[in-house]
Design a protein around this ligand. Structure first.
Ligand SMILES: C[S@@+](CC[C@H](N)C(=O)[O-])C[C@H]1O[C@@H](n2cnc3c(N)ncnc32)[C@H](O)[C@@H]1O
Length: 407
């Protein structure tokens, strides 16, 4: 054993202690997995968040070569370690940038990471993954969470699928180095992996707008699915569903503010300049009116989720035109509708709307019903799906308040 191995084992024990203290790690079996799986092998390099000039976020590359001690210590912190960035907004050809590709801190949007260990084990505990189960993971990422499952359940019981071939190749190499060999698949996890079905448990470490029908086919009756439901307005909710006998699943949202990067084929396209100009044109004749529900409603975790449920196909951007105030545009290209929210100098908000769907009327109605119900937190919301229609609901004074999200 090298000094490095001894230090890594110490750091793993300390990590397991802190995960137990935080309540995320609750069983001796998962503790043993955390103590045994060498996370540092899965994150040979990663990006660290740092403040850039003018408050922008920059990502600094970190690796064994630069500072071996710091790298090892960071690998065992309860932190998400970003391993890939999409830099197309700043540099159109740099879609998948890894820490190997840069020497200095850079801008970009994370597209792959090793999820913080506390959340990984919390999800395995919440999903009640126990010995003997057959599990499908969507989003292999670095392979660390697959390794934890393989360590406890055995390689044959774990299947993991990753969309990005480069990320998948790195994960395969790291798993081999760690002595683990789960079934690894490169492809779109929204189709599941029928070859190794049926699964007792399905866990997704990317979020989805709609729970895909193949997941329901491939999870056995009584089996469970744990996935973060997401949308295009940055609302998230960690949902735990149980399969019925009829390929329908029903469940509830769990506490906490859990968010994951959205599954690649479901991520929103950026708003184009053509769509933006069409929206401005539509709004030119719209009459402004005051609204008691401002854009700031979205600062709260649950109310943002409600807004997203009310206008599930809308995207949003904030723009100042010709030196005027910043206006928040909600654009729904599915229905060709738009709403623009403007802050008033003395406080309050006005809204302008155009198109067949009055987007902000829908938001006001949904938020009004949710408030009448006493503004219940997200863990009181429930979800049901047959793979086509997905319904989210919460109890109100006059019965359930529900939203249908058809795939
Ligand atoms: C947060 S990371 C995974 C973390 C991973 N479990 C770990 O511990 O390292 C999410 C991963 O999901 C992948 N992903 C996104 N959309 C996907 C899809 N449709 N199918 C499979 N993987 C997907 C991303 O490429 C990314 O690597």
């Amino acid at each position: 054993m090298t000094d490095n191995d001894v230090r890594a084992a110490e750091l793993r024990r300390a990590l397991a202690d802190s995960l137990e203290q935080s309540g995320n790690l609750r069983s001796p079996e998962w503790r043993q997995a955390v103590e045994r799986v060498p996370r540092h092998l899965f994150v040979p390099t990663f990006f660290r968040w740092t403040d850039g000039p003018g408050g922008i976020t920059l990502w600094a590359p970190v690796g064994k070569e630069q500072d071996p001690e710091q790298w090892l210590e960071l690998a065992y912190r309860d932190e998400t370690l970003v391993t890939q960035l999409d830099r197309t907004l700043v540099s159109p050809t740099d879609r998948h940038v890894t820490p190997h590709d840069v020497a200095e801190p850079v801008q970009g949007d994370p597209t792959s990471s090793s999820t913080l260990p506390g959340l990984v084990v919390r999800m395995l505990e919440d999903l009640d993954v126990v010995d003997g189960m057959n599990v499908l993971e969507i989003g292999t990422g670095t392979g660390y969470s697959s390794a934890l499952m393989s360590e406890r359940l055995g390689d044959k019981q774990v299947t993991s699928i990753e969309f990005d071939p480069g990320i998948a190749a790195n994960a395969a190499a790291a798993l081999k180095l760690a002595g683990r060999a789960p079934h690894l698949v490169v492809g779109d996890g929204l189709n599941g992996v029928p070859e190794h079905a049926p699964y007792d448990r399905l866990v997704a470490t990317c979020s989805v707008r709609h729970i895909p029908r193949p997941w329901l086919h491939q999870t056995r009756p009584g089996g469970r699915i744990l996935v973060t439901l997401a949308g295009w307005l940055g609302g998230y909710g960690l949902a735990l569903l149980e399969m019925g006998d009829d390929e329908r699943a029903e469940g509830r949202f769990l506490p906490g503010t859990v968010s994951f990067m959205i599954a690649r084929p479901q991520a929103p396209e950026p708003i184009t300049s053509k769509q933006r100009s069409a929206a401005f044109k539509m709004l030119a004749d719209a009459t402004p009116r005051p609204t008691a529900v401002g854009h700031d409603i979205r600062e709260d975790w649950t109310s943002n989720f409600v807004v997203q449920l009310a206008i599930p196909t809308a995207r949003q951007e904030t723009i100042s035109r010709d030196g005027g105030p910043f206006v928040h545009y909600y654009l729904d290209t599915t229905t060709e509708s738009v709403a623009a929210l403007t802050p008033e100098p003395g406080g309050g908000w006005t809204v302008r709307q155009a198109g067949p769907v009055r987007l902000w009327d829908n938001v006001e109605a949904a938020v009004g019903l949710w408030r009448e119900a006493g503004s219940p937190p997200q863990e009181q919301f429930r979800i049901r799906t047959d793979g086509h229609t997905q319904t989210v609901w919460v109890d109100g004074p006059d019965g359930p308040i529900s939203w249908d999200l058809t795939a």
